[in-house]
Design a protein around this ligand. Structure first.
Ligand code: NAP
Length: 344
């Protein structure tokens, strides 16, 4: 018996985001009923059109939560839902003041849990928070790292340097503080909660877009990196040498959000959702192997010799959530096809 069986009602915050629209689609396909939050009425039109029949049949409802940092922002949203998927949080590397990221990340996440405690009632069974591998790895990570690893270094660095800290560190601190804040809230209030918490940690998320974008300039942070690297013709494999990270397909992240509701044993757990590590040469090689035109060659195969200082262990997500992660050829093919279909 699933922990939260369909057709249960699931609240998805930030429902218009790159990852969240896939989460909404996956939940609807698996028979769930969804209440999505967006920041303004103008963001509902695209979703109402994309999920027309589900809106008409009452399977999808969209509501506006204008400011997730306000106390009680989600008080109404959490009423009469069986589960929550909290995805809303800023993801960019452009903030000067770290609080531009930290406030909405922490107040949004802990605020969601406060609302869930006050107004979720006994109906609410599980809250899933979209965290990030930004809260898992740090400059001290070595070898195979798993869910027991926490990014303490970014918090310290941002505390010390404030706006002078490197911008990616500000984002990483925001995600770590939000996930830690969620875990602390749950342990402090354990005796009063009818629900448990699952946190999901993806590294860079790539894959086709089904959210509202009219040009490459509208792409979210991870997708913009992918587009710039492979298709914008502004970067060569040489430019991107040394840039390495973990990656996962957006559809596997969405499946992770659904499985986190379905699998009883997921309750209380933290999961790394990662397909593998990459250097950009790997994506150039995949695109060339697929015969995609106009992709620079670089040094084919050079990625295979890359010495990673750490790698993610995603065996827990594979074993407990039952996710078989997509491979680089599949994600490259379907992401590039999506871009080409848009004429980019
Ligand atoms: P996205 O497309 O930018 O979506 C972010 C969502 O959060 C949007 O609905 C956005 O609303 C909302 N949001 C952003 N800033 C906000 C604020 N200050 N107040 C209220 N809502 C705000 O990003 P995404 O890539 O789908 O990311 C979704 C979640 O996954 C985030 O928690 C992110 O940290 C996490 N994540 C992403 C990646 C990745 O590579 N993409 C990797 C690991 C974790 P608006 O559209 O109104 O701005």
């Amino acid at each position: 018996m699933p922990a939260v069986p369909a057709p249960a009602k699931v609240l998805v915050s930030g429902a218009n985001g790159y990852i969240a629209v896939w989460v909404v689609r996956t939940l609807l396909e698996r028979g769930y009923t969804v209440r999505g939050t967006v920041r303004s009425e103008s963001k509902t039109g695209y979703l109402k059109n994309l999920f027309k029949s589900e809106v008409e049949s009452g399977k999808l409802e969209l509501i506006v939560v204008p400011d997730i940092t306000k106390p009680g922002a989600f008080d109404e949203a959490v009423k009469d839902v069986d589960a929550v998927e909290h995805t809303a949080s800023p993801f960019h590397f452009k903030a000067n003041d770290p609080n531009e990221l930290i406030e909405p990340a922490v107040k949004g996440t802990v605020g969601m849990l406060e609302s869930a405690l006050k107004f979720g009632g006994t109906r609410l069974k599980r809250v899933v928070v979209t965290s990030s591998c930004a809260s898992v790895f740090d400059s001290n990570s070595r070898g195979l790292i798993n869910e027991s690893s926490w990014n303490e270094a970014s918090i310290t660095l941002v505390k010390e340097k404030g706006s002078a800290a490197p911008n990616p560190e500000k984002y990483r601190a925001s995600k770590t503080l939000a996930e830690k804040g969620a875990r602390e809230f749950v342990s402090k209030n354990a005796s009063s909660l009818s629900w448990d918490l699952v946190t999901l940690c993806p590294p860079f998320v790539f894959g086709p877009n089904i959210n509202e974008i009219s040009s490459a300039a509208d792409l979210g942070t991870s997708q913009a990196l992918f587009y710039e690297a492979l298709l914008s013709k502004t970067k060569t494999p040489e430019d991107l040498k040394g840039v390495a990270g973990g990656w996962v397909d957006v559809r596997d992240v969405a499946l992770g959000h659904a499985r986190a509701l379905e699998v009883p044993e997921a309750g209380g757990q933290r999961f790394i959702l990662s397909s593998g590590m990459f250097v950009w040469q790997d994506w150039f090689d995949a695109a060339n192997q697929l015969g995609i035109p106009d992709i620079p060659k670089g040094t084919p195969g050079a990625g295979k010799d890359h010495q990673y200082v750490f790698r993610y262990d995603s065996s827990k997500a594979q074993n407990v959530l039952g996710i078989k992660f997509r491979d680089i050829l599949t994600t490259t093919k379907e992401t590039v096809e999506d871009f080409k279909k848009r004429g980019w």
